[in-house]
Write a protein of this length. Structure first.
Length: 276
């Protein structure tokens, strides 16, 4: 039985945008072509590949894992089940980091829990004079970050990224930085959301952090002062209801000033402070 673009998309029983992304991946045809030529016949091997992807998506596998790619800050990142899928709200963390790098383009930057490398690679791409180090405790995740850097960043970059394997500050020793950024795990262990939707398929260690979701953030804040130069900044993402607790932790650690910024959805999403 012959399959057309239109018939495959209709039979997918998926939201149109998801079905188009998966069919684009299966065929290698552009989204524009899929939309412009709905009656175009799809070769059988591509149709079968698309139907397999559709079925896996209906059973809940994230589109990003099925295609192996996810857009972040206008860049295309490779992803796998070893890493958290980059999300639009994390672009705020990049915005705030870039604002500080604009004032100090040769700053040293530490990205803790780099995962796919989305934050570190984006910063390196957009500010190639910064000295950026990414730390990740998962060897599989770090391998993904390295691949993304190899593809996205020109080999002639003035300051190639440094990747370190280890837990939080452990692999950097006594090194100090001008800026520390992190999108750490911040969901409570018992939160029901981790067993729903795409989160079911993402690495649990990249999602949850203790009974209140703040264990990783506590470690990051408690170790930040000794790894920041005077005047350096710590910026990190957190949950929708954690801004007040994060502010208290930053204040207790001696950061001043302290701030919290809202994401595009109006949710307090990124907090930070300056070391005096």
């Amino acid at each position: 039985m012959a399959h057309t673009i239109a018939s495959l998309l209709k039979a997918s029983a998926l939201p149109t945008i998801e079905a188009q992304m998966l069919l684009e991946h299966a065929t290698g045809w552009s989204r524009t072509a899929l939309i412009s030529y709905p009656e175009r016949e799809v070769p059988m091997q591509h149709a079968l590949a698309a139907q397999s992807l559709f079925a896996r998506r209906r059973f809940g596998e994230p589109v990003a894992y099925l295609t192996g790619m996810r857009e972040f800050y206008g860049l295309m990142f490779q992803v796998s089940s070893a890493v958290l899928i980059p999300r639009p709200e994390t672009e705020l963390l990049v915005d705030l980091a870039l604002a500080r790098l604009k004032k100090n383009p040769v700053a040293s930057v530490l990205d803790l829990g780099t995962g796919s490398g989305a934050v570190a690679v984006t910063l390196a791409k957009l500010c190639d004079t910064a000295q950026i180090t990414g730390v990740e405790k998962s060897p599989s995740a770090l391998a993904v970050a390295r691949k993304n850097a190899d593809v996205i960043i020109e080999k002639a970059s003035k300051n190639p990224l440094q990747w370190l394997l280890g837990d939080w500050y452990e692999p950097v020793g006594k090194s100090k930085f001008d800026l520390i950024v992190s999108n750490p795990p911040y969901i409570a262990d018992a939160d029901a959301h981790v067993s729903q939707g795409d989160l079911r398929h993402e690495p649990i260690q990249a999602l949850t952090a203790g009974s209140d979701g703040l264990d990783a953030i506590r470690k990051i804040i408690s170790g930040a002062a000794e790894h920041l130069h005077h005047g350096g900044w710590l910026l990190f993402e957190h949950g929708y209801d954690q801004a007040e607790a994060c502010a208290a932790l930053l204040k207790q650690a001696g950061f001043n000033p302290i701030f919290c910024e809202k994401d595009l959805a109006g949710i307090l999403r990124v907090s930070g402070g300056q070391r005096n």
